[in-house]
Write a protein of this length. Structure first.
Length: 624
């Protein structure tokens, strides 16, 4: 009886083979996942190990170092914060400031951790995709559950994401945490959605995963506007990789689709869109982009997206501040050819999706993954590369989220290529894995070297000036850092003058040149540059303040008073302007007015030592 029973067990198991199930655990996936995760983490740490001392750069200065909002929890939630649409990102900066002050190491460590978590989520996303009903049934049907592809696609997709040099800007440039943080919650929301859909048999677990997915989607929307496409990608994923009746699909997708309302609602409420301020039209433009029409921006983006693809394939000549032309006609050859290329790539994705419908094909699964990766790339890039003008038409950090789809499509495409080579050129097929390993090593070394450029502001802006020699802003910014960090006034003046020659209407360069002249004692030259800056930008408090100081130094007290009064009109809480206005009044013997200004300065800043001393001196003069 026992012998008969032992013989029947294998037969019964064979006859009652388990149908494809999203909860089944394929053998290959459980082999070395821990080692895979460790490789991803260690590689990411090694690549970014040289970034802990990278200083605050460019937007970091105004958005973190000099921003009182992120230094006070009350201000973050208060009416003075008009950027509540990125509330979660601001809260992370507040946490960093509370723990580390302005020590940049803590900010960089946080960014690196977010990047590593994103790499792990990319790996998890690919693992779960292989367990969805569509992919798992395909692998079971073709006997590929333990295949080469099954083992390596998740790992190499994640490794390319973690190691690619184009991501250094999103990780090393502190303020671009908004992109990596939004990506973190974006990926987490999608992964949790997949877990919820895969846990229908365990209702409580499915509900928990789904609730967590909605929370994560909300956090993504409040980190950066690129998360707006998340519900659309969830819809696409649902129809490509899951099976189910339409009611089930609607039940899962509808609440997620409603999260798309978060971004427009927050923009309207907290960035002041109203009938009197231009409404939605102004809302969907970025400050400073008024000179670029929606059509010009879209036209330029066709060319920009091709540049992005080139950077992903061949990350050479990376640049913080590209000197990129604005194309104002669709028929310009670079634009039209780029459009045809991008249209071809998108249509290829549609064709591959069509080919993947034929389940009898041995490569249909990989075709679907390639198609999904292509659609992911274009969809996630659409927020910043469409009809919403942004003053900078190209920035590398905008590739952070779209690159997930690119790497997914690339690795799946390599799998298809290897499968075709296996029957014709086995030697080449065997070389695919070593080549991918070498590619990851090469990208990692390039990323580490790119981070060395970021080690200080001088090396960074020297790199930018070298690559964008005919763009004014890099010369101005290089002038600022060698002016204030190294005291090289003559070199700084040359950079400011170069910036002005390239763009005579560059108010900041005129202002900075005036400051350099002032420090050399060339007051007449400083006044000329301040006046030029004011003509270009009349409501520029700092220029009026320094022009007032220059006039005072020339003995032109009435002119100095006029400039200080202008500063106070533009910025009533400018304590230094009140103090200097008081000093000018004092020099004219107008002591009562001087006392009033000193007292105002002390109300604004009670620890203002100079104002205390000036007030004490005036009061002594008035004493009988």
């Amino acid at each position: 009886m026992s012998k008969q029973s032992k013989k029947k067990v294998p037969d019964n198991r064979q006859r009652t083979s388990k149908p494809p199930s999203v909860s089944a655990e394929p053998e290959a996936l459980s082999r070395k996942p821990l080692i895979h995760l460790l490789i991803i983490i260690i590689l990411g740490i090694l690549i970014y190990s040289n970034t802990a001392t990278v200083p605050f750069i460019l937007d970091d200065i105004n958005s973190i170092r000099n921003d009182s909002v992120i230094q006070d929890m009350g201000q973050i939630f208060g009416p003075q914060n008009v950027y509540k649409n990125r509330l979660i990102t601001q809260l992370t900066f507040f946490v960093n400031f509370s723990m580390h002050g302005l020590n940049v190491a803590g900010y960089h460590i946080f960014n690196i951790i977010v990047h590593l978590l994103n790499g792990l989520l990319v790996y998890w996303l690919m693992i779960l995709t292989f367990k969805t009903s569509y992919v798992f049934s395909y692998l079971s049907h073709h006997g590929l559950k333990n295949s080469y592809e099954y083992r390596w696609i998740p790992l190499f997709t994640a490794l390319l994401f973690v190691s690619h040099p184009v991501h250094t800007q999103a990780v090393t440039y502190i303020v671009q945490r908004s992109a990596s943080l939004a990506t973190l919650f974006y990926l987490l929301a999608l992964v949790l959605y997949i877990k919820a859909r895969s846990s229908e048999s365990a209702r409580n677990a499915g509900h928990s995963f789904y609730a967590a997915s909605l929370i994560s989607a909300t956090l993504a929307m409040l980190s950066k506007e690129i998360a707006f496409t998340l519900p659309v990608m969830a819809v696409l994923y649902e129809f490509l990789f899951f099976r189910g009746d339409i009611k089930t699909r609607i039940r899962y997708l509808l609440p997620l689709l409603l999260t798309m309302c978060i971004i427009p609602v927050f923009l309207i409420l907290f960035q002041g869109a109203s009938a009197g301020q231009g409404g939605i039209d102004d809302l969907t433009k970025v400050a400073g982009s008024a000179d670029v029409s929606r059509w010009d921006y879209l036209t330029t983006q066709f060319r920009v997206i091709v540049t992005y693809i080139r950077l992903l394939f061949f990350p050479a000549e990376q640049n913080l501040d590209y000197d990129y032309p604005i194309y104002r006609t669709f028929l310009a050859p670079p634009v039209f050819l780029s459009f045809l290329f991008l249209l071809g790539v998108f249509c290829w994705g549609i064709y591959l999706l069509y080919r993947s419908q034929k389940s009898d094909r041995a490569d249909s699964c990989w075709y679907r993954l390639i198609a999904f990766g292509i659609f992911w790339f274009f969809m996630t890039l659409s927020v910043e590369s469409s009809i919403i003008p942004i003053i900078d038409v190209i920035f590398e950090h905008r590739l952070y989220l779209p690159s997930v789809g690119f790497f997914m499509a690339l690795i799946s495409g390599i799998v298809v290529m290897r499968g075709k080579l296996a029957d014709r050129a086995k030697g080449l097929a065997k070389a695919v894995l070593p080549v991918m390993i070498l590619a990851v090593i090469g990208l990692s070394l390039t990323a580490h070297a790119r981070n060395m450029v970021w080690r200080d502001e001088v090396t960074l802006w020297e790199d930018v000036v070298k690559k964008s020699p005919f763009k004014a802003r890099p010369h101005n910014n290089l002038g600022v850092v060698i002016h204030y960090q190294q005291g090289r006034f003559d070199d700084a003046i040359k950079e400011y003058q170069t910036a002005i020659n390239l763009n005579p209407d560059y108010a900041d360069a005129h202002y900075n040149l005036g400051l350099a002249y002032k420090q050399q004692g060339r007051l007449d030259d400083a006044v000329r540059e301040y006046q030029a800056a004011i003509r270009l930008k009349p409501d520029y408090p700092d220029v009026h303040y320094n022009l007032g100081g220059a006039y005072h130094g020339q003995g032109r007290f009435d002119d100095a008073i006029r400039e200080y009064q202008t500063v106070i009109r533009l910025k009533p809480d400018h304590a230094d302007a009140h103090n200097n206005l008081g000093a000018t009044y004092q020099g004219q013997g107008r002591l009562d007015e001087a006392i009033r200004e000193y007292q105002t300065a002390l109300k604004l800043r009670s620890d203002f030592t100079t104002a205390h001393n000036n007030l004490a001196e005036v009061l002594r003069k008035r004493a009988p």
